[in-house]
Design a protein around this ligand. Structure first.
Ligand SMILES: C[S@@+](CC[C@H](N)C(=O)[O-])C[C@H]1O[C@@H](n2cnc3c(N)ncnc32)[C@H](O)[C@@H]1O
Length: 198
């Protein structure tokens, strides 16, 4: 178990929202929804201590970019240390809402994937609406592009918060504490489903 993660939860429970990092089974389900065969621009919201990040880095094409948005300073410093030798990874100790500026500053037009572990259900309605609009607008207009989120509830889908995405698919991961829904919101109506193993 990550002691750092537990410490950060105890310090900011509503922001970190989980006492332990995601399980290997959950990471596998999330990562299995992405195709790494080509160069990708990926944004990760709330990487925590980096359990999903490590898998993406392992699988990513050499010309990919991975932008990490981690609000917690100590977790961001930990990521900075872990990935300092990895030129494809940028650690940003900032709110996920800064995604458009982060892309523009790097001359990147869009993301192919946005992966999120942040507790959307605890965000103020206005902030949640704004961030979900930013996510949609930041995704590239092609059939692979998707927003992939893992959460205790499936409220983004069930309550219609992501109704601006034309298609979604969900599955449940019991092998995590607590169990999580994994939902993939596709940018296009013909978005490619992928539940692969890497
Ligand atoms: C439930 S933890 C997930 C951590 C990790 N991804 C995992 O799967 O174990 C949520 C993480 O999101 C971060 N976070 C919460 N709100 C955020 C925001 N608005 N922008 C960036 N990071 C945020 C927290 O600091 C925490 O590290």
């Amino acid at each position: 178990m990550s002691v750092l993660f537990l410490k950060r939860f105890l310090s900011r429970p509503r922001q970190v929202a989980s006492i332990i990092p995601s399980s290997k089974a959950l990471v596998r389900k999330v990562i299995g929804k992405m195709d790494f065969a080509q160069p990708r621009v990926i944004a990760e919201f709330g990487p925590g201590e980096g359990c999903h990040t490590r898998e993406m880095v392992r699988l990513m094409h050499p010309d990919s970019h991975l932008l990490l948005f981690e609000l917690d300073r100590e977790l961001a410093s930990h990521l900075q240390r872990d990935f300092h030798a990895e030129s494809r990874v940028t650690v940003l100790n900032t709110d996920a809402a800064a995604l458009p500026q982060a892309l523009a500053e790097r001359g990147l037009k869009h993301c192919d994937y946005i992966v999120s572990g942040i507790p959307f259900s605890l965000l103020e309605p206005e902030k949640k609406r704004g961030l979900l609009r930013t996510v949609f607008d930041s995704l590239a207009p092609h059939d692979d592009a998707a927003f992939i989120i893992y959460q205790i509830t499936n409220e983004l889908r069930d309550r219609g918060h992501c109704a601006h995405f034309p298609r979604a698919e969900s599955e449940y991961c019991l092998a995590n504490i607590p169990p999580n829904f994994v939902t993939k919101f596709f940018k296009t109506a013909n978005g490619h489903a992928r539940n692969g193993k890497h």
